[in-house]
Design a protein around this ligand. Structure first.
Ligand SMILES: NC(=O)c1ccc[n+]([C@@H]2O[C@H](COP(=O)([O-])OP(=O)(O)OC[C@H]3O[C@@H](n4cnc5c(N)ncnc54)[C@H](OP(=O)(O)O)[C@@H]3O)[C@@H](O)[C@H]2O)c1
Length: 336
């Protein structure tokens, strides 16, 4: 009998916040590579908020999944068999393989990793979330020495990396996160100057106290009412990086509007960010970020679960905003 390939498939389209029962874990047949292809044994799966929209066909470049389809996702794997001239057994490769143990690739959308930092970091601070943070800080928000930089979802991989990059540029960095545990992590491990728990009733007063000179750059990962509340504390000509809309991912009704009047009155510079625009700079970015990580200047924190069959549990946690750090599923050992 052929060897098995554990997969997580869609059982039914989620309504609102996904449930574990929206997914099904099955054993498919392990694929074999043909000419010009290689076989990957996946080690780590990255769980990311965009997957919620991708499953529903609301995220750019992703068609709506049907029951029985493998869930979208990026994995870091090891080549275990190759009939491709550019990939050798033992190479570490990032692919859009979906939530499964084994994957055959012809190199399309694959990226070989020169693993000079912890492997799983290439799915977080050194991966797509890190590149997003870098683009938002270096290319769009551009905080200057002494300016106040605020970032929401500050304990996640995008927010935590953005704050650390802004701090390295000399900004005063204030995070916004959901809960005291996350806020402690943001200050103690990621080195932010302050962090405000938006679940506290007086959080906007706390933000004001932490940003005495107003806010010059806001890196927004959440949208919704928080965007309006933070904008109220920005100074004229502030830059707002529109990166994510975590508060809206699971909505079943209409999108919540914004107070456009205050953007006009404050002459706010709004920058929409799409990480795919910066793919060509990934190599240069990871080189710098991996060095920062090795030098102890970039901290990472992961929320891990062991076993692909438990990926739905961690995804539900992420979609409820209960994850603390980068959501990573360990599919197999780094070395066999
Ligand atoms: N534009 C792009 O190209 C791009 C690329 C990558 C990521 N993103 C976006 O960047 C944001 C951060 O990504 P990440 O990977 O670092 O994720 P993450 O921070 O690990 O997870 C999302 C976080 O959103 C927060 N959140 C706020 N309101 C929420 C709500 N109503 N329901 C659920 N969660 C809520 C939660 O943290 P708190 O409760 O602590 O706030 C949750 O932990 C996401 O919105 C993502 O879609 C955009």
């Amino acid at each position: 009998m052929a060897e098995a390939n554990l997969q997580v498939q869609l059982a039914r389209q989620p309504e609102g916040v996904p449930k574990v029962t929206d997914f099904q874990v099955i054993k498919a047949e392990r694929p074999t590579p043909g000419a010009g292809q290689f076989l990957l044994r996946n080690i780590y799966l990255s769980l990311d908020p965009y997957q919620r929209g991708a499953i529903a066909g609301r995220h750019m470049g992703h068609v709506r999944l049907n029951p029985g389809d493998v869930i979208y996702g990026r994995c870091l794997g090891e080549v275990i068999e190759s009939k491709h001239p550019d990939y050798r057994v033992g190479d570490h490769v990032l692919t859009e393989s979906g939530w499964q143990q084994f994957f055959v690739s012809d190199g399309t959308k694959a990226r070989k990793i020169k693993a000079d930092a912890p492997l799983s970091a290439y799915l977080g601070a050194l991966g797509m979330p890190g590149l997003t943070a870098w683009a938002g800080v270096e290319k769009l928000g551009s905080p200057r020495i002494g300016e106040t930089f605020v970032v929401s979802a500050a304990a996640g991989p995008v927010g935590a990396t953005a704050g650390q990059l802004a701090k390295a540029k000399g900004a005063r960095v204030v995070g916004i996160a959901g809960g005291d545990e996350k806020c402690r992590l943001v200050v103690d491990k990621f080195g932010f100057d302050a962090c405000v728990n938006y679940k506290a009733e007086n959080w906007t007063d706390q933000l004001k106290a932490a940003c005495r000179n107003g806010i010059q750059v806001y890196f927004d990962n959440v949208a919704g009412p928080m965007l309006d509340a933070v904008t109220a504390q920005t100074t004229p000509y502030a830059r707002i990086v529109l990166c994510g809309f975590a508060s809206q991912h699971n909505r079943t009704d209409a999108w919540v509007g914004h107070n456009v009047g205050q953007f006009v009155g404050k002459r706010t510079q709004l920058h929409g960010l799409v990480v795919y625009d910066y793919e060509e700079q990934y190599g240069a970015f990871t080189k710098v970020a991996a060095q920062m990580l090795r030098d102890g200047k970039l901290a990472i924190h992961e929320d891990r679960i062991e076993g692909l069959e438990f990926a739905p549990q961690l995804f539900v946690k992420l979609m409820k905003g209960d994850n603390v750090g980068k959501a990573i599923v360990v599919i197999g050992p780094e070395k066999l």
